[in-house]
Design a protein around this ligand. Structure first.
Ligand code: SF4
Length: 450
């Protein structure tokens, strides 16, 4: 097991030029990131051999960062540091892939690829979608598998996974898609030599699928000691409970015991379930416990919805409130004569306030000020929703040029800001709105009837 180095131990080995090329401004800041295992030494181009030998393994994240997909649509997995989200945070959410079998007609392949490409839902200001498709070879020739792959890739802009029992088929299809950086499934004991050599030469990520954890461990150890470390571990077994067990063993081995061959993202297949409820249940289990990549073969919107929502809830960083973009939003169909209300960019606040305004039937403009995602009272207490901040934002948006109604409504909880705002926004009449969102409806009706 590698010796645990402190930030100061690591700093002593760095060049100390503070050039910033590693993405943080100083060598000390980079040393602290290395000590927390949230950066890799390779990000510093000036680290010498002594530093590489001493820091290398000790500073690497226990779960390696592995990427696949094009530059525009990259899927990132790994870099995880904790078993439980409340210990710190999970770094990357489970990527979802829909399996597409090549025994389908090309028209069907295209139809599914296009559906998955388009499918997205908006929730709490975030767009939730499927990142990947897995093209599953059903005994085709290399040329046929390559043709199906190209067809699907033309109609899907996300990341591609290629799955075949034949290394020859995988190589034929991957060579046609190198610019999309596909993930290859799978390296096994039978094809380890030929596929290992190919992925090393092409620098492509590969999934290892051994028969059981022991064989997966040995294959992973052999491939990484040969210099290739863009590895994903397929720990699929039958049933959600068994996958939960496998995933937990592997993740615990990597995090708690620094077992390097297990220190890679985990992939699970939840396919072949005839009942969508079974698919949702098993997929949810894997998503909760350590699947970095999850393959499903059902794509009905009602099956995808709970998975997308669950994923958002699990992988949301509890230390970072969800935010909406600071700007002036129209609610209903406001005209220049409609009133202007102001609130913070905490997502929940925005959705509640805009929903109440909409429910009142009175069109309005809603100015959402950047308060680092805090709610009104918390932001005010932290000095992030001040008269200075609100007035600067209103002036920067120049509503005066468009709005003939000069009424600005502030939340009741920050009534104390009204005097200062009157001084800073002299051509506006500052009105104090209700404290509770549920009182916005009656307030809006009184406002337009004044
Ligand atoms: S790139 Fe290396 S030398 Fe430059 S600031 Fe980062 S750690 Fe220091």
């Amino acid at each position: 097991m590698a010796k645990k180095l402190t930030g100061m131990d690591i700093f002593k080995l760095l060049p100390k030029t503070n050039c910033g090329e590693c993405g943080v401004p100083t060598c000390m800041a980079f040393a602290m990131k290395l000590a927390q295992k949230s950066a890799e030494l390779s990000a510093c181009p000036y680290a010498g051999e002594e530093a590489k030998n001493a820091i290398g393994a000790a500073s690497e994240p226990p779960i390696r960062l592995v990427k696949f997909g094009s530059q525009k649509r990259t899927v990132e997995m790994g870099n995880e540091l904790v078993m439980f989200r409340h210990e710190k945070t999970f770094v990357h959410q489970t990527a979802l892939a829909v399996q597409l079998n090549t025994d389908l007609a090309h028209e069907s392949i295209i139809k599914i690829a296009e559906f998955v490409d388009r499918h997205a839902i908006e929730r709490a200001g975030e767009k939730l979608f499927i990142e990947s498709i897995l093209i599953n070879d059903r005994g085709n020739s290399p040329a046929e598998f390559k043709a199906s792959t190209i067809k699907a890739a033309e109609h899907f802009s996300g990341a591609i996974i290629l799955k075949s029992d034949s290394a020859e088929n995988l190589i034929a299809a991957a060579d046609a898609l190198l610019d999309r950086v596909p993930l290859l499934h799978a390296l096994t004991r039978a094809n380890a030599d030929v596929l290992g050599e190919y992925v090393r030469a092409r620098k492509l990520p590969v999934v290892i699928a051994g028969k059981g954890l022991d064989e997966t461990f040995r294959l992973s150890e052999a491939l990484s000691s040969g210099g290739h470390r863009d590895i994903v571990l397929d720990l699929t077994v039958t049933g959600g409970a068994a996958m939960l067990q496998n995933n937990t063993i592997a993740r615990k081995a990597a995090l708690a015991a620094s077992v390097k061959p297990m220190g890679y993202p985990i992939m699970n297949f939840v396919t072949g379930r005839t009942n969508p409820a079974d698919m949702i249940a098993d997929a949810s289990t894997c998503m909760c416990k350590y699947a970095s990549l999850l393959v499903i073969d059902r794509y009905e919107p009602e099956a995808l919805l709970p998975l997308l929502m669950l994923r958002q809830s699990i992988y949301m960083d509890p230390q970072k409130p969800i935010q909406v973009e600071p700007k002036i939003y129209p609610v209903g169909e406001p005209s220049p004569a409609s009133p202007l209300l102001v609130t913070t960019n905490f997502s929940l606040t925005y959705f509640i306030v805009s929903g109440e305004i909409e429910g009142s039937g009175v069109p309005a403009h809603l100015a959402v000020v950047d308060a680092e995602g805090l709610s009104v009272l918390t932001a005010w207490a932290a000095g992030k929703f001040s008269a200075e901040k609100i007035s600067s934002f209103i002036k920067s948006q120049e509503p005066a040029t468009k709005m003939t109604n000069r009424k600005l409504v502030i939340p009741g909880y920050v009534a104390c800001l009204s005097g200062e705002l009157e001084e800073k926004l002299q051509d506006w009449e500052i009105l104090v709105g209700p404290q509770e969102a549920s009182d916005i409806g009656p307030f809006m009706k009184r406002l337009v009837n004044q």
